[in-house]
Design a protein around this ligand. Structure first.
Ligand SMILES: *Cc1c(COP(=O)(O)O)cnc(C)c1O
Length: 368
């Protein structure tokens, strides 16, 4: 039996028909931009995360608009990690600022807070931790340093919808937190979508204004902004799917538990570490292996989907050659990129499929 890495089909008949019926209604009303579905989703997602929500066109825009609204631009530095999707750093460059990388913790793959202080200089304006793979970064020390040094905190929560840290949800920690509703995310839309969660109503209003051409009213503009909207179709689909997010995240945790148990004690793979104060949402489930490439070939030959997130840390990407960072600059990120392997993880996976993946990993003959 082949097991796909990911299957985003909506397999539940009832959910599918709910989505189709609300989309049909929007078509009949020609309600494509704004309206009650967008307003409803915005309110509901804000309540879910524990803040005020501004919806935008995608997760990358969410990061860019949060940075811009916080006044970060040319000459400023923003601290983030090199072990993430490029959008995190792209957003920083897009507002004219520079990404200052800090290496990750080898166990959680999130920013190593012990290396944070050394990266701060007079140009530093913000810290942008990434909640990678659905585990919230170590927010208490990050917030403490940010308070002491008067820095903004922007969570890249694009992989952590519903993830918890000391009983609070991703999105409720920073000045702003950014989410993506790209179809493969834990809360995925029917296309692109994004949101920013803020605690301050003033900041929320500023982001909303920037996302809507800097409008004061229809044809008066306070500043130049952009067009970045979550459309009504996306909002309608996301509203239906948000109701199922808690159960879907719970199913991901069940699958991760089964993997952790089934793969424990193997000499050639290390299962993920989750600190006890974190409730992860397993956007991805990644193991580490010194024989990663051979293991990947072995799994693929058995029809098991798997993937590498991320094979090249950002500081070694051609896109960041201008930063002049060489191999060895962030050894923990580099080592992770050589050893990490993501196994199939999606809520619709059956127990039999999970067992199949475990059996396939166990049957790997580790090279000597
Ligand atoms: C998906 C993702 C983004 C960008 O989201 P888009 O909606 O695709 O623009 C940013 N950061 C991280 C860590 C992501 O996983």
């Amino acid at each position: 039996m082949a097991v796909p890495f990911l299957d985003i089909r909506i397999q539940d008949e009832q959910t599918r028909s709910q989505i189709v019926s609300v989309l049909t209604e929007l078509v009949q009303k020609t309600n494509f931009i704004g309206g009650p579905e967008v307003e409803g989703f915005t309110k509901e997602f804000g309540d879910y995360c524990g803040g005020r929500c501004v919806t935008v066109a995608n997760g990358t825009d969410a990061l860019i608009l949060a940075l811009r609204a916080l006044g970060i631009g040319a000459g400023d530095e923003v601290i983030t990690v090199p072990f993430t999707f490029i959008a995190t750093a792209e957003a920083i460059s897009n507002v004219g600022a520079t990404a200052r990388f800090v290496d990750i913790d080898p166990k959680t793959y999130n920013i190593d807070v012990s290396k944070l202080a050394a990266a701060i200089n007079p140009k530093t304006k913000a810290i942008m931790p990434v909640h990678l793979f659905g585990q919230v970064a170590d927010m208490d020390p990050i917030l403490k340093i940010a308070r002491e040094k008067n820095l903004k905190v922007i969570e890249d929560a694009c992989q952590a919808h519903g993830g918890e840290y000391r009983g609070k949800r991703a999105g409720s920690f920073g000045d702003a937190a950014c989410f993506s509703f790209y179809p493969t995310k834990n809360l995925g839309g029917l296309g692109d979508g994004g949101a920013i969660i803020v605690q301050s109503p003033e900041l929320g209003a500023k982001i909303a204004q920037l996302a809507d051409h800097g409008r004061l009213d229809r044809y008066r503009h306070a500043v130049e902004g952009v067009n970045s909207r979550l459309d009504a179709f996306q909002a309608a689909g996301l509203r239906v799917k948000l109701r199922q997010l808690p159960a879907r995240n719970e199913r991901r945790r069940k699958i991760a538990d089964a993997y952790n148990k089934g793969l424990s004690g193997l000499s050639f793979v290390t299962t993920p570490t989750v600190p006890s104060h974190i409730v992860p949402v397993w956007h991805l489930y990644s193991v580490e292996s010194p024989h990663r490439d051979a293991l990947m070939e072995h799994l693929k030959a058995k029809g098991i989907g798997c993937g590498v997130y991320y094979p090249i840390p950002l500081h070694l990407q051609p896109a960041y050659a201008r930063l002049g960072l060489k191999q060895g600059a962030f050894p923990v990120s580099e080592r992770a990129s050589e050893r990490i392997l993501a196994l199939p993880m999606f809520p619709e996976m059956t127990d039999a499929q999970v067992d199949e993946v475990i059996a396939a990993v166990k049957s790997f003959p580790p090279p000597r």
